[in-house]
Design a protein around this ligand. Structure first.
Ligand code: NAP
Length: 477
């Protein structure tokens, strides 16, 4: 059931995410005429500010993080903004918030961009202040717990005030254009789906490389590690979109029903099917950078790199490995999916090596889709035909050059406001993700696995490369 919100309540409005992503996304939506003229945006956090001060604060964030050509009528956007200082641990402060929302605020979209430890008091406060009624919906930022048990606690707390159809769990990867385009490619074309199975696909690779190290959230990251920070959410969502059966429609329940079946079909990772690493000093992009332990200021056993050979145990994917790899201080910032097809069953071109087709879906930094095909090299072929692999660029930027590139959060905020859950993660998905990840961590505990070191600026420890090479697979770089 869709119902457009009349008020957006932004918790954590003074935070990093709000400044870098949420306020710029809202401003860009306003510039595109995509926000209802009456939509009121109320920011909250503990910092004492009035509306005018918050508008100045927002203006500074927009000037820093949103290109000038995307800002539109900035004064019009700033006029939508209001602010209510509030400590979510103090139940009384919600009464003032409810007054600020006012009696006309019947359909409230709530976005919690705060630490998950604050979700429970926030929800209690919203409920007591009458802000969790039928017209309200709530968006939650990751991380939703550190394991299945803590994730259930958070989910239970939210479920005590909001039914599932009004809970929007954010995985911002789902807001990215190429991620959605993967569904268009698979299900709006006849070409791929007949080949999209174990008979024709040899393996799939999903890589998420970051060049950055610890950055500001050192303690958070050290408690989390690469498996829980990246694999549990973003990478498993990408995997489920690649592997899912065709949903009957692009409706939220149909899509999410198919994704969760994949997540539940993930085989527990076995011994020798995962590798962890932690970076030491090295060079990234020509810059000398310190090791993880040096950045952290102490020794740690947290993995900053993980590579996994995963399997989806169903008919479609029988025997097709999904190689996942993510790490910090990698040589380049990249998120991509590689679908490696099998070779032709018989080559008619004697003595000429054909290369199996591959489909490369670039998600970050470039949004791009490339299909590698074999083609004839032009010439008279006196010494026999020459073939070469050529990329067929199904690229987004060129094909849709007139179209504006949107920030993932623009799409997600708009869907939250419009109450469309298709690109949000359902509780059973999150829990299936955690169940699989928890088993990996249990295995690491049993094996007493400690991360292998790798030089910053490399693609992780050599064991990560060997994980694929053992199967005759080379990581795409
Ligand atoms: P942050 O910079 O630390 O911001 C936290 C916000 O919460 C601030 O606005 C803070 O404002 C407010 N806050 C803290 N305690 C509060 C309380 N008791 N009552 C009311 N407000 C309170 O964090 P962030 O980086 O923006 O991240 C927000 C959430 O998104 C976190 O859960 C994070 O894990 C997640 N996330 C962040 C990113 C990112 O790129 N930053 C990416 C993905 C997910 P005051 O100090 O003024 O109260």
């Amino acid at each position: 059931m869709r119902s457009r919100a009349d008020t957006l309540l932004l918790f954590g409005a003074t935070g990093d995410l709000a400044q870098r992503m949420l306020l710029p996304s809202l401003c860009a939506l306003n510039a595109g005429g995509l926000l209802d003229p009456n939509l009121k945006i109320i920011g909250t956090a503990r910092t004492a500010m009035d509306d005018a001060e918050f508008r100045n604060f927002a203006r500074a964030a927009l000037e820093k993080f949103l290109p000038a050509e995307r800002r539109g009528p900035i004064a019009e956007f700033l006029n939508r903004l209001h602010y209510q200082p509030l400590d979510v641990t103090n139940p009384d402060s919600f009464t003032e918030l409810a007054a600020k929302v006012g009696p006309e605020g019947k359909r409230v979209a709530i976005f919690l961009s705060t630490a998950p430890s604050l979700f429970e008091p926030t929800i209690r406060g919203l409920e007591a202040a009458g802000l969790a009624g039928d017209g309200s919906r709530i968006g939650l930022e990751k991380p939703l717990g550190l394991d299945l048990a803590s994730s259930r606690e958070i989910n239970d707390a939210v479920a005590s005030a909001f039914p599932e159809r009004r809970i929007f769990r954010i995985d911002h990867y789902l807001g990215k254009e190429t991620v959605q385009n993967l569904l268009a490619l698979r299900f709006a074309n006849i070409l791929f789906e007949p080949l999209w199975n174990a008979q024709h696909i040899e393996h799939v690779q999903i890589t998420v490389g970051e060049t950055v190290g610890l950055e500001k959230r050192a303690d958070f990251y050290d408690q989390t590690g690469a498996l829980r920070d990246m694999v549990q959410n973003h990478m498993l969502q990408l995997l489920s979109l690649v592997a899912m059966e065709p949903p009957s429609s692009f409706e939220s329940e149909a899509v999410r029903d198919e994704k969760v079946k994949v997540l539940r079909a993930l085989r527990p990772v076995g011994r020798g099917e995962s590798v962890t690493g932690q970076y030491r000093g090295g060079a990234v992009g020509g810059q000398i950078v310190p090791g993880y332990d040096e950045e952290l200021g102490r020794e740690s056993e947290t993995e900053t790199f993980v590579a996994i050979k995963a399997h989806v145990d169903n008919w479609r994917w029988k025997g097709v490995p999904f190689y996942l790899r993510t790490g910090k201080r990698m040589p380049k910032r990249v998120t991509e999916i590689l679908v490696q097809f099998r070779d032709v069953p018989h080559s008619i071109f004697k003595g000429v090596q054909t290369k199996p087709n591959k489909l490369l879906i670039g998600i970050q930094p470039e949004e791009n889709i490339t299909l590698s095909l074999m083609a004839k090299v032009p010439g008279l072929d006196r010494d026999g035909i020459a073939l070469r692999e050529v990329p067929l660029d199904i690229a987004m930027p060129d094909a849709f050059s007139g179209k504006e590139r949107r920030i993932a959060y623009e799409r997600l905020l708009l869907d939250l406001i419009d109450m469309d859950q298709t690109l949000f993660v359902r509780r059973d998905e999150v829990e299936a993700q955690w169940a699989w990840v928890d088993k990996i961590r249990e295995l690491w505990g049993e094996e007493r696995l400690t991360p292998k070191t790798y030089a910053a600026g490399s693609w992780g420890p050599s064991a990560g490369i060997a994980l694929a090479e053992r199967d005759g697979v080379t990581w795409h770089e």
